[in-house]
Design a protein around this ligand. Structure first.
Ligand code: ADP
Ligand code: MG
Length: 655
């Protein structure tokens, strides 16, 4: 527009002007050119857009060239017209219903003729100004947030000079105001919680100035006049310029004195409680130990008293008989009688000793006498042995049997002892079911364990009885009980490296479980008892003790034998003398009322050389086996042992 405004006289000049025109349009400013008479000579599009004037307004006076300016520009125009530039005056313009802020510059112009003119250049700074205002507002907001923070915030420059401090930070050292990191360090005298004093270069702010970000470092610092200390948690960040050079650091400190004190208190309290718990536990353990010792001593006392009682019971008749023996030494019948009494009393004592012994010898077997026993077969054997006695024992009602026997329930051990244990359990179950009930026997085997459970629907046990049931001589059956059954069971289980457990509900019944380590089958012994497999024998049984005699007779008959039983030496001799009396086996007690069983053995051997002869004795068997007899059984006689011996080879028949 410049070209048309100034007119063109020459083609070259014209193209020059066209270039100037293009230049005017290219500058990002509103531009207007006024001639020597201060009349509008040329404009660019930005100017026209700003003022709303169009190209037809050429020649308009400079004083009317800014119709929408919201400030009077007369003064500035005059100054410029007078030859002095006026630079960067902020002038608001009314613009299409909005306001624009323009930085206006008026520059005096001279041409070759010296004629004066004025150039107006206006830069629209509305956006920039808005931004500046926004920024100022944000900074003000940040500053107030800064001051309201409970943490103290300090900004230092790269040399450690304080640049900014918030209100919290200011009051920490009032009335002094540390101007540098060094001053701050001198006032704070920071130390670690362990008491190590920090050098100034170790201060978190100093480290931040070396580029480190410090997080949650706890320090003890001085406050106020210096006798007060506070614990602070420090966080710092380095501040970078656009070239990633450290330009300063910001340090935020939080006062955690109270929190630390509380934590310390909680820790102390927790430690105190822990100590208390430990002390109480120790006391409790000591008490438990004392209680266990009391129980052990009570059990030992009970054991000693029981043994003493039984020993006395055995000794009394022996002493009486010994006395009478002396008095009647001349009377052979009396001597034999007293000798027999002594033998019987001693046998009773020996039997008790054997049972107590089975409880006492709890140390595991060493394998010497071990064989492999199938518990299920053993159960069948015990049931067969005792069944004839069940109805007699269960006075009030019928005892039903339920068996659940697993195959291959193999245990390493002593068959006689395992049988004894099962016998005791069955006996107890029957005792508990005087009015009838159900006897259940279960066996089970896993890869590692073999178990047998004997349960009944009888009286059950109270908790106290259950706890003490394994103690030797503990019985609730008065004179009818020995209190040795479960003690034996316990000892036998232990000796077989197993365990015994009782479950019982009073009024409902009891279950006793024996668990053994599983054995292997290599030396499995055939069960002693096999019904129908053994030939029946004709047996003469000599036993004066009525219970013992009846038990053995029933047992032998239950195994299919024919039994003739007598009470004395005299009767036995009479039978042996009778040639019509057919006989395979003689079983005799040693302590007989009218003489020694050994005499009977000698007599029988002479009379009937092929007879199989066995003795039942409570005494240790004679050191050298009496050649006249084929087998010796110790009292109390294990039923299966008896049956096995009876079924044994008729050794003398071949002779
Ligand atoms: P005893 O049978 O001679 O009393 P034990 O050692 O066999 O001695 O048993 C001890 C006590 O345990 C018994 O007196 C009885 O109180 C209790 N007991 C044992 N087995 C049973 C059972 N199956 N049911 C109820 N009580 C039992
Ligand atoms: Mg018993």
């Amino acid at each position: 527009m410049l070209s048309s405004a100034l007119g063109s006289t020459h083609d070259d000049a014209g193209s020059e002007l066209a270039r100037l025109d293009a230049l005017l349009e290219a500058v990002p400013l509103a531009v207007a050119l006024f001639d020597g008479s201060l009349a509008l000579a040329a404009t660019n599009a930005r100017y026209r857009e700003l003022t709303g004037l169009d190209v037809s307004q050429v020649g308009r006076s400079i004083y009317d060239a800014f119709p929408n300016a919201l400030a009077d520009l007369t003064e500035q125009v005059d100054i410029a017209a007078g030859g002095v530039p006026v630079v960067s005056v902020r002038v608001p313009f009314q613009h299409r219903g909005g306001r624009r802020l323009v930085e206006a510059t008026f520059v005096p112009l001279t041409d070759v003729h010296g004629a004066r003119g004025v150039l107006f250049a206006g830069s629209d700074v509305t956006e920039r100004e808005d931004l500046r205002e926004d920024l100022a507002r944000s900074v003000a907001q940040l500053e107030s947030i800064f001051d309201v923070l409970p943490d103290s915030v300090r900004v230092v420059d790269a040399d450690g000079n304080t640049v900014r401090t918030n209100a919290q930070a200011l009051q920490e050292h009032a009335p002094s105001t540390p101007q540098t990191l060094r001053e701050l360090w001198q006032l704070d005298r920071p130390r670690t919680l362990a008491g190590t004093t920090l050098f100034v270069h170790e201060h978190p702010t100093a480290r931040a100035l070396r580029g480190e970000r410090v997080r949650g470092e706890t320090l003890e610092v001085r406050r106020g006049s210096g006798d007060v200390t506070a614990v602070v948690e420090v966080n710092t960040n380095p501040l970078y310029d656009p070239h990633r050079r450290v330009r300063g650091a910001v340090t935020v400190e939080r006062d955690v004195t109270e929190r630390t004190r509380l934590q310390q208190q909680v820790k102390t309290e927790a430690e105190r409680l822990e100590r208390m718990v430990q002390e109480r536990t120790r006391e409790l353990l000591a008490l438990q130990e004392a209680a266990a010792r009391d129980r052990r001593l009570a059990a030992v006392g009970q054991l000693a008293a029981g043994v003493m009682h039984d020993v006395n019971n055995a000794l009394n008749p022996i002493m009486a008989a010994a006395y009478l023996l002396e008095m009647n030494a001349e009377n052979p019948a009396a001597v034999r009688d007293y000798a027999a009494r002594i033998a019987r009393a001693a046998e009773t004592g020996a039997a008790t000793a054997a049972r107590v012994g089975r409880f006492i010898r709890q140390e595991p077997l060493l394998g010497a006498r071990e064989e492999t026993v199938d518990l299920s077969l053993m159960v069948e054997e015990v049931v067969a042995m005792t069944r004839p006695l069940w109805q007699e024992r269960a006075k009030g009602g019928v005892v039903k049997l339920e068996e659940s026997l697993a195959p291959r329930t193999l245990v390493k051990g002593i068959a006689g002892e395992l049988r004894e244990a099962l016998l005791n359990l069955v006996q107890n179950a029957l005792d508990a079911m005087a009015g009838g009930g159900t006897l259940r026997i279960r066996t089970a085997a896993t890869a590692s364990e073999v178990s047998v459970e004997v349960s009944d629907t009888g009286t059950g046990m109270s908790e106290e009885v259950r706890e003490r049931a394994f103690e030797p001589f503990f019985t609730t059956k008065g004179v009818h009980g020995t209190g040795l059954g479960l003690a034996e069971v316990y000892g036998i289980a232990r000796r077989h490296r197993g365990r015994a457990e009782i479950e019982s509900i009073p009024g409902e019944g009891t279950l006793v479980r024996l668990v053994f380590p599983a054995g292997t089958s290599d030396t499995t012994k055939r069960p002693a008892l096999q019904h129908g497999a053994r030939p029946p024998r004709r047996i003469l049984l000599v036993e004066d003790h009525v219970d013992s005699r009846e038990f053995m007779q029933q047992l032998l008959e239950s195994d299919g034998h024919h039994v003739h039983s007598v009470r004395s030496l005299e009767e036995a001799r009479a039978r042996l003398d009778d040639d019509t009396f057919d006989l395979d086996v003689l079983v005799t007690d040693i302590g007989l009322p009218d003489g020694s069983g050994w005499d009977l053995v000698a007599f029988a051997r002479k009379k009937r050389p092929s007879l199989r002869i066995g003795v039942v004795t409570g005494w240790e068997p004679r050191n050298e086996q009496d050649p006249a007899c084929d087998f010796t059984l110790r009292k109390p006689v294990g039923a299966a042992d008896l049956l096995e011996e009876i079924a044994g080879q008729q050794a003398r028949t071949q002779n």
